[in-house]
Design a protein around this ligand. Sequence first.
Ligand code: 16G
Length: 249
Amino acid sequence: MEQGSQFFSRIPSLDDASPTPLYMQLQDLIRTAIESGAFPPRLTLPAERDISEQLGISRVTVRKAISGLVEDGLLVRQQGSGTFVMSRIDKQFGKLSSFSEDMAAKGRMVTSKWLGRTKANISTEEALAFGLSLGSQVYRFRRVRYADAEPMAIEVTTIAETALPSETAVGASIYDALAQQGQRPVRAMQRLRAVLFEPAQAQLLGVEPGGPALYIERRGYNSKGLMIEFTKSWYRGDAYDFVSEISCM
Ligand code: 16G
């Protein structure tokens, strides 16, 4: 079924006579349709103009209804591609996988926007993390990671100088580039904490400043036990569930 007709077959009209404000009626109907599965993850909503014309309500009303659902994390507004139903991603927290592998496993297309790709002098924080002396050099990569066209995470990665021939050796995937050098991490330590997106980060991801983020630090070690990777990731808290299997010791 065409997406607009799927929307309007479920929400054909609103009730003018009801004491419930129109934006709230629209919100409730969309929410129920999402929660019942009638509007599946990634369904694109018709344009605000089309909803307003079809239902005979103002665009301000439509926008107000949609904004509330975006704030609740049920809908995602994407510049250029419209508004669609949020799909949450289960991420195995105990698995040493890469973003590219995680997304490929979900059938999503991975792209990244480069914010930086350099070789530089190690910072104090990196020197402490790697146990290297100040004056060493490292590779630094800063990226916004996308699943299909949807921005999912910001990642700032530092790689030990010994693990790569040059910064341009990294294309779509840092783990692929490391694997080619026989340096892919085989063990990692991770720390996760809940934080709020700073305004600049929120802008990069197209989310509200102060929205929920999962901050993850990963220290990755190669098969010889040397630390290769230090990555700080900010994953969208409204898009991810972290899943792990637990058992009795
Ligand atoms: C994941 C890793 C990150 C790693 C990146 C490599 C977590 C929390 N972080 O995002 O440490 O650097 O994948 O991805 O899983 P890539 O090979 O696609 O560049």
